[in-house]
Design a protein around this ligand. Sequence first.
Ligand code: SF4
Length: 423
Amino acid sequence: MTESIPVNVVQSDAKPCQLHPQSMCPAFGSLRVLTRIEGAHPVMATDTGCLYGLTFVTHFYGARKSILAPQLGTAELMAGEVVEGTRAAIEVAAKEPGCELIPVISLCVAETAGLPEEMLPTQVNGAEVVLVRVPAYAIHSHPEAKDVALAALLRRLGQPEGEREAKRVLLLGEVFPADPLIIDATLRRMGVEETIILPGRSIPDLRRAARVGALAPLHPFYKETMAIFREWGVPIVGGAPVGISGSYAWLRAIGRLLKLDPKRVDEVAEQERAQAEAMVQAQPLSGRILVTGYEGTEVAYARLLVEAGAEVPYVSTSIAQEPLALPDEMWLRSRGTKEIVYRKSLEEDVAALDKYAPDFVLGTTPFCAIAKERGIPAMYFTNQLASRPFFLSGGMAATLGFIRQTMGRHERYTWMEEFFADG
Ligand code: SF4
């Protein structure tokens, strides 16, 4: 249900059909961020059909809490009961033990029917009520819905007044749990006193986020969130700690922004670079890889693969083009990447499969299935790749080691293709 089909569309043989939904429901992203927060009890304003599917998400992500929602079927919608129903669900959420925050997630149907913010309470029983608007027709991918959710929380809860914590860094992006620990340990060796990560589980972290010494986005799509930090006057670190040159530049940029001891910063950055270089020399990659996904981090992964020795002619992602990804994009284009596609479709990915004849693909489930049918080793981006460390030399080793292993199984994929072809 992520794409409307114009009634007058005529399909032509010349152009691949692009009418299929290309991404999961964006509410996945906002729900993931909001249900994880300790003390938060989300209310979802939507019709019963969406609720049925999306409730599954909370269980899938192990949030151990249910989404509260008004009963909104056709009769209730026709009777204009969206506001009343949502207000009633908020009252119930506020009675949950330990409830401090009630994010109200307004989806396609409620947004279309109308849910005026001024008709919702801002607080109930001391719990903050925060409206988060994520209709799929306006927010086109689930990573971007994470940004919308976090920005809504920060706008309400952020407390920019008070003294700035000059040596505290805020890492921005949902990452594998070991990554923030590795980054924190590395930054502390340079003189950083604390790192916090958002989106996270902690409401106090949302309140103190506005006073950090620097914001370091690990993912490029937190556009609204970054705009808030700019309003608060918090400096933003460019790039991300990815690969050899990216990690080196990022560590030094943090050192400069936080005015850390340059000698100490250089030592740590040089050490990281040496470890990453040694890792690539010991286990270089070779071959042609296509990087496709809907996580919004594909450009950064492509950069890592190219630095390790792979050829990456094609990269695609579901997010819109973001200025923060531009340096990585230019870096890739200067090293042979021919196409970087934003708001991609499955059909564009398949066309790239025909065009570039890769040795290996990283991609979404349907795309990996198509590649495997052709005997090409394929890895599902979200579950297999994004579920292991990625940042700094430690993450680089984990990610590249796994990809090398899978690429090494090429013969097995060819055998499977032949086996099924014979059948
Ligand atoms: S919120 Fe929108 S995209 Fe998501 S399931 Fe409901 S109607 Fe579909």
